[in-house]
Design a protein around this ligand. Structure first.
Ligand code: NAD
Ligand code: TDX
Length: 337
């Protein structure tokens, strides 16, 4: 049995990971440590909560005593660190919690993992650490780090720290850097669920700048399959880019969502640009494809259709979210626009 500490497992990608992996593997015991911030939601884990190979602990990754206690109690030998403050716009409104969780929290996990001689530490990172591309080219693992937002700079700090623990202490650390995810359970502050829900409520769709910023989209299950492969077979000290070769300007995605929902383009509302808005992200995933044999299995047309259907069928899930503190965030973020 692999005894794995999964952090941030009540968020979007972590909950999809746990629900997926518990169906795939019966030799994983997962301890999910999550602080349940605004983005953490135990409803995401309903299908896993009674699984004997799973347990949930509410707590903060920056709490070194708690983390030490959990390593001892559950004899943890593996770590997958999904926990993070993850939204760029929130990091622009206030950065401190981003450095606290993403940098200090990762340090607490690494130090505890080092004392307990873990067999694998997987740091879940993002393509945003590479900064912004012009019209041409792709991010490879050799691209210099050049993060532009408080969020991405905190993730870059965590990546470098994790790799330093490999170089200095020989800790078996790997890092994954994935492009933009979409799918069920994504918090509706992010582009795709925000636009779906606003369109369903006949509200304006706030497009930053000229709408021509490009992101490279991957379905969350494809990301998590790659995470599992790197966890099982990735080399220590190595970084693996993950992406599904699906670049799209934001405005094209927004128009597609409106078309699928049968809503008018008059809902589109151009607003003030995000400060420091990265123009284009695009991932070269040939390393993980060639070395570990990974390939994305979902195409965008099918998976976006499925995602939109999921939000239509799970209205209660997002209504509960947007009726709470979300309203406060929404009015601060979009009021001046
Ligand atoms: P999310 O915001 O949906 O979930 C984050 C989870 O971490 C939440 O459950 C939250 O409660 C928990 N958390 C936050 N601070 C914590 C703390 N101090 N201690 C314990 N738990 C804490 O984020 P997500 O989109 O699921 O992203 C997960 C990871 O993947 C992040 O590390 C993010 O940087 C990375 N990533 C995300 C994307 C994307 O498109 N969403 C792409 C690439 C990489
Ligand atoms: O209201 C909006 N209007 C808009 O035009 C929002 C929320 C976003 N956008 C634009 C900004 C980006 O160009 O859409 C694009 C995607 O925005 P986000 O969903 O906020 O994602 P992004 O900033 O690209 O970061 C995401 O991908 C990498 C995740 O939030 C990160 O956690 C991940 O690391």
């Amino acid at each position: 049995m692999k005894r794995i500490l999964v952090t941030g497992g009540a968020g979007f990608i972590g909950s999809n990971y746990i629900n997926h992996i518990l169906k795939e593997r019966d030799d994983y015991f997962i301890v999910n440590l999550d602080k349940l911030t605004y983005a953490g939601n135990l409803e995401n884990l309903k299908e896993s909560e009674n699984n004997p190979n799973y347990c949930f602990v509410k707590g903060d990754i920056t709490n070194s005593e708690l983390v030490e206690y959990l390593f001892k109690k559950y004899e943890i030998k593996y770590v997958i660190n999904f926990a993070a403050e993850s939204h760029v716009d929130r990091s622009i409104l206030g950065s401190e919690i981003f450095y606290r969780t993403n940098v200090i929290g990762t340090n607490v996990l690494l130090e505890t993992a080092r004392r307990h001689e873990v067999q694998k530490f997987l740091q879940i990172s993002t393509d945003e650490v590479y900064g912004s591309l012009g019209d041409e080219g792709l991010f490879t693992e050799l691209t210099n780090l050049s993060p532009n937002s408080p969020y991405s700079s905190s993730k870059a700090g965590a990546d470098m720290m994790a790799l330093a623990f490999y170089h200095t202490y020989g800790m078996p650390v790997s890092v994954t850097r994935c492009s933009n995810n979409y799918g069920p359970f994504q918090f509706p502050e992010k582009l795709i669920p925000l636009m779906i829900i606003n369109a369903l409520n006949n509200k304006n769709l706030p497009v930053y700048g000229d709408g021509m910023n490009v992101r490279d989209w991957i379905y969350v299950i494809d990301h998590n399959k790659a995470v599992d492969l790197v966890f099982e077979k990735g080399k220590s000290g190595e970084v693996y880019n993950i992406g599904a070769n699906n670049e799209m300007p934001n405005i094209d995605i927004i128009k597609l969502i409106l078309q699928i929902l049968g809503k008018p383009e008059t809902l589109i509302h151009y607003v003030k640009d995000r400060p420091g808005h990265d123009r284009r992200y695009a991932i070269d995933a040939s390393k993980i494809e060639n070395e570990l044999g990974w390939k994305p299995s979902f195409n965008f047309e099918t998976a976006i259709d499925y995602t939109i259907k999921w939000y239509l069928e799970n209205q209660k899930w997002w209504e509960r979210i947007i009726s709470g503190d979300y309203q406060k965030y929404y009015s601060i973020q979009y009021s001046a626009k």
